[in-house]
Ligand binder design. Sequence first.
Ligand SMILES: N[C@@H](CCC(=O)N[C@@H](CS)C(=O)NCC(=O)O)C(=O)O
Length: 223
Amino acid sequence: MKLQLVIGNKNYSSWSMRPWILLRQAGVPFEEVQLKFEDRDGGLRVAGIEPYSKARKVPVLLIDGEPVWDSLAIAETVAEMHPEKHLWPDDAVARRVARSACAEMHSGFQAMRSRMPMNIRSRYPGKGLTPESQKDIDRIVALWTECRERFGGAGSLLFGRFSVADAFFAPVVMRFYAYAVKVPRVAQEYCEAVQALAAVREWCDAARRETQFVAEDEPYAKG
Ligand SMILES: N[C@@H](CCC(=O)N[C@@H](CS)C(=O)NCC(=O)O)C(=O)O
């Protein structure tokens, strides 16, 4: 089966980062198709997305040319295609919590998302911190703490070993780094564990080499 993952700019595209980290860290071979964001009419579009997805958003996973769009659908599909990789926790209770955590991440945290857009090559300590984004951060820290305490025993990630949940929260870890968000020790250690993953290091190295400036994702850049 031929897998192609269509992604946006590695520096900015938090949604694209999730399935890319999932596939790469799990050792599932895929071809990367990278498209570029364009600022257009006060918004953002993905240049050249039309042949890949009617939804016109990245990421898209093409399986023998057939698109799976939306990062959550892609993650479920990859986990289903590779049961031997145990991409969801084996324990049924842990698996329910992992799915809930991913769904909460997928549909929530709008204040943190909009005030602290992912920007891997930049550092804006303290920017974007409002009462609303702090509330999102507090909830994420509480969620991470619960997962680590209840299910993290066997390793340094949310459910011990690597799972879909870590791929989903990797962009949040990079936001916390960019905006120097202060978090308690358990969350800090989790952030370090995610940043040490080979796939995360590879994505971030490539993101730092990108030079394209996308105004829509740069609320704190000068001039
Ligand atoms: N829920 C979608 C969101 C995807 C999304 O919003 N992608 C953004 C880039 S990170 C995009 O393609 N924007 C282009 C547009 O809205 O035209 C997912 O999880 O894949």
